[in-house]
Design a protein around this ligand. Structure first.
Ligand code: AOF
Ligand code: ZN
Length: 333
């Protein structure tokens, strides 16, 4: 297997554990033996458990000697909750290490230099862009800024409406797009809505599998706003934990979630507007359906723009067809 294919396999494995490792990064590792065949694969276990490299090495056994380790993040060089991966790689006598992204965590960094000093061939930046925009996007943001990564997700008609004139909004996008949203919920570690959405839609805000059953891992549900919600609201049921934050200030919300890494904001239009005005959205995921609704109910209210010169500028960083719909990913320009 060539190195890029091995890195793609490592990425795939890391995607599979995304959401289960925070505050640690979801990392994937593949060990190729000296013939270039896959000898072992691994991905980060929940905090306190082994790192990706250690699991992959364990599975490879003696076939790791003289082989190549392919990892999505620079192997760590520190005793944290677990011993350094660099030690495990040296003990297994791999002759080469290939990784995508340099570890920005100053405590864990330095693995590449130590491996090179020990005579291991080290190659950095293989598929780095894919990894940093994909499985490690939220964790890298948290490392850089100290704040959780906030994604605003919404579904809209092609003319920017989130409901028809009578308020009905089930369902704008297709089943395929809704399944994609549930996948996002499963990997997020918090989902935020406003009290307005709780009053209007009474959502459960759980991550569900395609057959409607609850996923085995549920994100924290967060309700934001100053109004009291009913004790009967579905968002307070036993399916998952719920945090009520009595403020309408997005910055306070982000501060209250400072121990989280991947936060999903699920609207509605007022809360989304407040977050956009406050500049605390790091990514927009728009699910756009090929329908026209017209009318007064837009996906977002006031974003603080009165004139085109002051428009908020974003940049598309991904466009994917999902069933009959399109998913647009945007980042600040
Ligand atoms: C790796 N492989 O799979 C992961 C790494 O407290 P610990 O010991 O679990 O260390 C956490 C730090 O290690 C984390 O902040 C990051 O810098 C690195 N994570 N490193 O070599 C892995 N998950
Ligand atoms: Zn490690």
């Amino acid at each position: 297997m060539n190195l890029e294919a091995a890195m793609r396999l490592a990425i795939e494995r890391s995607e599979a554990v995304k959401g289960r490792t925070y505050p640690n990064p979801p990392v994937g590792a593949v060990i190729l033996d000296s013939d270039g065949d896959v000898a072992g694969v691994g991905a980060t276990e929940p905090p306190g458990g082994p790192h990706a490299e250690v699991l992959a090495l364990r599975r490879a056994g003696e076939r790791a000697a003289g082989g190549t380790a392919v990892v999505t993040l620079e192997p760590c060089n520190h005793h944290g909750r677990t011993p350094p991966c660099v030690d495990a790689l040296l003990a297994a006598q791999v002759s080469a290490v290939v990784y995508a992204v340099t570890d920005p965590n100053p405590v864990a960094a330095g693995g590449a230099a130590r491996l090179a000093d020990a005579g291991v061939s080290v190659t950095a930046a293989v598929l780095a862009d894919e990894v940093s925009r994909g499985p490690l996007r939220e964790w890298l943001h948290k490392q850089r800024t100290g704040s959780p990564h906030v994604t605003w997700k919404f579904a809209t008609s092609v003319d920017g409406r989130s409901a028809a004139a009578d308020g009905s909004s089930q369902w704008i996008t297709s089943e395929a797009a809704r399944a994609d949203v549930h996948r996002k919920r499963r990997v997020a570690d918090a989902i935020v809505v406003g009290t307005g959405t709780v009053f209007a839609d009474d959502p459960t805000l759980t991550a569900r599998l395609p057959d409607g059953t609850l996923a085995d891992r549920q994100p924290l549900r967060v309700v934001v706003g100053e109004r009291e919600i009913s004790h009967e609201a579905k968002v307070l049921n036993d399916d998952s934990r719920t945090m009520v934050i009595r403020t309408r200030d997005p910055r306070e919300v982000v501060r209250a979630l400072s121990d989280r890494t991947d936060v999903l904001l699920e609207g509605g239009p007022t809360l989304a507007g407040a977050f956009l005005r406050a500049g605390v959205i790091d990514r927009i995921l728009a699910y756009v359906a090929p329908i026209l609704l017209g009318g007064p109910i837009t996906a977002v209210d006031d974003v603080g723009v009165l004139s085109i010169a002051h428009a908020q500028r974003w940049r598309f960083d991904g466009i994917s067809p999902i069933g009959p719909d399109v998913r647009l990913s945007l980042v600040p320009a």
